[in-house]
Ligand binder design. Sequence first.
Ligand SMILES: [Zn+2]
Length: 275
Amino acid sequence: MDNTGSPEKPPNVSELPPVDDIPVALRDTPIVNRRYRVKPVVLISGLVGLGAIAFIAGLLIGNPAPKPKVASSPQSSQSSTGSQTPADNLLGHLPYKEAPASELQPIAGGGSFKLRKAAAKKYNAMVAAARADGVILVTISGFRSIAEQQPLFFDVKAERGQDAKERAEVSAPPGYSEHHTGYAVDIGDGNAPATNLNPKFENTAAFKWLQKNAPRFSFEMSFPRDNVQGVNYEPWHWRFVGDTQSLETFYKAKNLVVKSPEPKEGATPASPIKK
Ligand SMILES: [Zn+2]
């Protein structure tokens, strides 16, 4: 996928396993699908049953049934309200504005990739710190324009004969990739290029180092395994959340969802839906 921001420097695509080559950012698509997975009647009976249990428990204990706890982590925010997704999503993906060119600057890790200045500074420091620990972080993709996303979505879709929904499960439509923001970066291990853009990246020294140290540089994995958003696991895809603007970029829309009215099922907390 996130294969490459710049056409002249393809990562080791040839060695890549079946993972789609454009694992792009938000794959919330399953959330849309989930709406129809459970039959309404079953759902309602289940909720009524749970509500009754909660009510009785409340009487016995003398306390009201627990209120749904809104998680502080945005990762869990979307599914905390069940099937809701922001109104402006497209096939489950959230819209992102393209970073202005004046805000971008080249980053370390090889290639001609760029990130926004604040993110680039921290990213470069992170690459250097890893290097000092004997770990080689390789940049696979950084900022990507909406125009560059166009062929990654539509041309590949046509080549593979995929319909739009199918394509959206593994790639964000143009305008809907975290890479547009200039805050997201795909990282590989210089000693294990075969794991580039592959879930097996989680077994590399680079990933283990990132897990332990990335927070010190304000980077976080966008889509950890089994994230409550239901987004596919992308251990190579990290985003900067070290200033207000980046926080707003990634958290604001989802926080709006959290603030929406709680489910009408009374006191029954909606159980998180996991993939
Ligand atoms: Zn990515």
